[in-house]
Write a protein that binds this ligand. Structure first.
Ligand code: ZN
Ligand code: ZN
Length: 280
């Protein structure tokens, strides 16, 4: 098989809303030959794209799981920094309803910047900051040159639309959960996948928090996210080549507790708690 079909998954950012200096915001790259697909754009994403040695002048396409800020704060970075670094074609971004309004607002928010860069001595390329925002429904959203991306609707609290993505390339299959609670659709779409990337929280640490509204925290976790035991149960049924944990809500817990929770769910296969810039 030609080397152009090689598929590498890079965890660009493995963090949560917590600004942990060691963990950039949620973002995962799937690199197929010379094409780069980025899933979610958490804060810090372009620093991690550069650290991974990927092109800084624009990715092939970006896919957003949902519009929570921790997954989208890096989207203007992905858009404007790649333009400043040389991108001249519109950046293609897929995501749920509301994506286009968000990217339109980005362009409006940085209108003075783009004007100065174009009319000033930087001689920025007019229009190079453009965005081709595509609001998606479930199903195949991208299919080109042997790479197919399928959006799977997932339940994430009271978000009307949130998606996981399955990526099929000539060599591998990858599922990226985004943020989700337990989902039969996600489990079905993940069956036998080579790389299963899951968000997770530590069930044993789900307790009310000492702040106004903090009594709702356990309910929030149950309705918006998936626990270690639930991920273990899902992975035991799905049997992925490797289970990669990211966006971990530790809440004071440890990696050993996390692994114990996954095992309690019944999964005994290969398991990695991802760090930024790991490759799979
Ligand atoms: Zn999140
Ligand atoms: Zn979320």
């Amino acid at each position: 098989m030609p080397a152009g079909d090689s598929t590498v998954v890079i965890t660009l950012g493995t963090g949560t809303p917590v600004p942990n200096p060691a963990r950039s915001g949620p973002a995962t790259a799937v690199v197929v030959g010379s094409r780069v697909f980025v899933f979610d754009a958490g804060p810090g994403v372009m620093r991690r794209v550069a650290a991974a040695g990927l092109p800084i002048d624009g990715v092939t396409a970006a896919f957003i799981t949902h519009l929570h800020s921790d997954h989208t704060l890096g989207l203007p970075d992905l858009i404007f920094t790649s333009w400043v670094m040389g991108r001249s074609a519109p950046m293609r971004v897929y995501g749920p309803r509301g994506l286009r309004r968000m990217t339109d607002h980005f362009l409006a928010a940085w209108a003075e910047d783009t004007a100065v860069r174009i009319t000033g001595l930087e001689r920025g390329r007019p229009g190079g900051y453009r965005v081709d925002a595509r609001e998606i429904e479930s199903g195949v959203v991208f299919d080109s040159g042997g790479v197919k991306v399928t959006a799977i609707p997932v339940p994430h609290g009271n978000w009307e639309q949130a998606y996981a993505y399955r990526i099929d390339t000539p060599r591998r299959s990858v599922v990226i959960s985004g943020d989700t609670r337990v989902s039969d659709a996600l489990a079905r779409a993940s069956s036998g996948v080579d790389v299963l990337i899951m968000e997770v929280y530590l069930e044993s640490r789900a307790a009310p928090e000492p702040r106004p509204g903090g009594e709702l925290w356990p309910q929030y976790l149950r309705e918006f996210h998936i626990s270690d035991v639930e991920v273990g149960r899902m992975a035991a049924a799905v049997r992925p080549g490797v289970l990669v944990l990211t966006h971990v809500l530790f809440m004071g817990g440890t990696e050993d507790e996390l692994v114990a929770g996954i095992r309690r769910g019944g999964y005994s296969g290969r398991l990695v708690i991802a760090r930024d810039l790991q490759r799979f």
